[in-house]
Design a protein around this ligand. Structure first.
Ligand code: BTN
Length: 226
């Protein structure tokens, strides 16, 4: 896969879309001026973090594989963190936490045609040595904070790239979940519901017990609080 390294870009995900010529790409940027988060939010992307988008094209990939694409991205991040002695937890669907705080966010943008995924852009932002801005300090952390020392960003990148072509399973993903059987909060725009987390289905839905009723929740509908 071709690797492109940029000093500055608006958003690596948007950059991939702009230059897409059908080739699979991995685009890194030192910082982003208009980093995008999920649910239309922005993603602060200061120097010292790892900001990457992996763009892949598919001929005949059914839409059910969308969760598998996310699994591969999240597990690659978790393996990278473990290589540096950090123990991550996945907060379904696609956040990676360390010591209860977010260390990495993932924004996946898939393009569909006739019910098939024809292109995926997996955008990943890992807080490595970057400062965490004061307004998110209570919910975000970095590899530097967790380890108490700066890391060699190039080494973190190389480690991440080494996991890019791995095909991880949903079992691999679930190994980073330590909150099954626990009470968690599901947040939608209007309400919060406390439920017991039970499992994650093959297509990436969260199975919960809500007052004795088994519900299957889609990540598009809710955010999860651990
Ligand atoms: C989130 O936590 O809301 C998702 C954040 C995703 C950030 C990454 S950084 C690289 C890629 N480019 C973007 O603009 N966003 C993703």
């Amino acid at each position: 896969m071709k690797i492109i390294e940029l000093d500055e870009v608006g958003s690596t995900n948007e950059y991939c879309k702009t230059i897409d010529s059908g080739e699979d790409l991995c685009v890194f940027a030192k910082h982003q001026t208009a980093g995008k988060g999920t649910k239309g939010r922005s993603f602060i992307s200061l120097n010292g973090g790892l900001y990457v988008s992996v763009m892949r094209h598919y001929d005949n990939l059914s839409a059910e594989n969308a969760f598998k694409i996310m699994v591969n991205g999240c597990v690659a991040v978790c393996k990278t963190l473990e290589n540096f002695g950090i123990s991550p937890v996945i907060r379904w669907a696609n956040d990676v936490l360390v010591e209860g705080k977010k260390i990495c966010g993932t924004l996946i943008e898939n393009t569909f045609s006739n019910g098939k995924i024809i292109r995926s852009i997996v955008g990943i932002g890992i807080n490595v040595n970057n400062e965490i801005s004061s307004e998110i300090k209570h919910i975000a952390t970095s590899m530097k904070k967790v380890l108490g020392k700066s890391l060699n960003l190039q080494e973190v990148k190389t480690t991440f790239v080494s996991y890019l072509n791995c095909d991880f399973s949903i079992e691999d993903y679930k190994r980073y979940i330590n909150w099954f059987g626990q009470s968690v909060t599901l947040k939608t725009e209007g309400e919060e519901r406390v439920v017991t987390a039970i499992n994650i289905t093959e297509n990436g839905r969260l199975l919960v017990d809500w007052c004795g009723n088994m519900l299957e929740i889609s990540s598009a509908e809710v955010s999860l609080r651990l």
